[in-house]
Design a protein around this ligand. Sequence first.
Ligand code: S3P
Length: 180
Amino acid sequence: MLSMENSSKNIFLIGLMGAGKTTIGRALARRMHLQFLDSDHEIEARTGVSIRTIFELEGEQGFRTRESATIEDLTLRQGVVLATGGGAILLPETRQYLHNRGTVIYLRARPEDLYKRTKHDRDRPLLQTEDPLAKLRALLESRHSFYEETAHIIIDTGEQGVSRLIANIERELLAFQHLS
Ligand code: S3P
């Protein structure tokens, strides 16, 4: 992991699809009296169409360009909890916005758990395949080093419920703030 060079109050959540970024992010924002933002929702609000439609019209590359520009803006705000899309760490400039402008938490999960939470989903273009579990395994394999290098804190989500996870995150945040 790289060290943090800023003293921002922002918290950015990264991790694969189904890791719980939106659920945890909302709960964390409420507890810490910060504003909750979600980069996928913001992209949909800005374009007026769904993520699925953006993938259909512009491909993954077109989506990544929009995602990066959105995250560039959202990370400049102050006092926010931002849930990012699972692939937000793919472009080097997006990794830098996240890492340099807040505390980045990687919600790490096993592909089997991610699969359980996403198997009925029809909105995530990358999971509309014959074998979504194999796809999640492959995505984890190709992305895990990006998640790890972008994060300041790694939280293993496992089977824990939301309140337990929030308590873990708060403890890790305190310890991290003492160190930096
Ligand atoms: C993606 C994750 C999705 C969304 C898009 C691509 C990815 O967000 O940004 O479907 O590449 O992992 P969630 O992680 O919130 O599902």
